[in-house]
Design a protein around this ligand. Structure first.
Ligand SMILES: Cc1cc2nc3c(=O)[nH]c(=O)nc-3n(C[C@H](O)[C@H](O)[C@H](O)COP(=O)(O)O)c2cc1C
Length: 205
């Protein structure tokens, strides 16, 4: 008899040749997707990978929303762009100008036309809820990578998703907080690796 929830989880269909280190090295933020959407079995496998993340006090403080309806993704993209435009339009900084340039472009879709958006919500309050949700997010993204799928965190959308209107539409209770919106899909092209600074080691005794 299984005696934990983990025993009940189906095994993740993974690429047998991809190790955890391979997935860490090969994950990219993908911004160009094929039209095809991913199926229910795959989405469930990613959610099951997400909930295996370490979690402070074993609270498991996460809940998920999955959006695959294109009209909802389009409206949410527009809503996000409008909100960001209103926020940055008075600012003279170069990053604000760059953001304004993106959101003023009618062709720019904040979800890059990906077919699936998975939103990780914190369903508790507490000092480690955000950390737990981000750990779940990384598990999800590495599992997707192992399945040959692309992902990208869309921080741009967090503010719009936390409005009362969007929470009501997406069945997110008002006491929950949207933490990590992640798009998932089949990459339409290769994405080059971005560079990283070497780890800054402050002390190694
Ligand atoms: C918290 C967070 C928010 C992000 N928000 C966005 C976003 O709104 N749009 C986007 O295109 N990429 C977003 N990204 C992706 C980063 O730009 C990307 O991770 C970074 O440039 C490094 O590239 P890599 O993920 O391919 O290694 C976000 C990443 C994180 C961790």
């Amino acid at each position: 008899m299984p005696n934990t929830m983990t025993d009940l989880l189906p095994p993740i269909q993974s690429n047998p040749t991809m190790s955890a280190m391979d997935a860490i090295h090969q994950r990219r933020s993908v911004r160009n997707y094929e039209q095809q959407s991913i199926g229910k079995v795959t989405v469930n496998a990613l959610l099951n990978a997400a909930v295996l993340a370490p979690t402070a006090m074993h609270q498991e403080p996460w809940s998920f929303v999955v959006i695959q309806d294109k009209s909802v993704l389009d409206r949410l993209s527009d809503s996000t762009k409008n909100m960001i435009r209103d926020e940055v339009k008075g600012s003279a900084s170069s990053s604000a100008k760059q953001t304004l340039h993106h959101v003023a472009n009618p062709e720019f879709h904040v979800f890059y036309n990906a077919g699936t958006l998975i939103i990780i919500c914190g369903n508790h309050t507490g000092p480690f809820v955000e950390a737990d949700c981000w750990l779940a997010a990384e598990n999800l993204m590495l599992a997707a990578c192992a399945k040959g799928l692309g992902t990208c965190v869309i921080g741009f959308a967090v503010e719009a998703l936390n409005t009362a209107e969007w929470k009501a539409e997406l069945n997110i209770p008002k006491e929950m907080t949207v933490i990590a919106p992640i798009i998932v899909g089949v990459p339409a092209s290769d994405t080059a690796a971005t560079s990283r600074k070497p780890p800054e080691i402050l002390l190694w005794k």
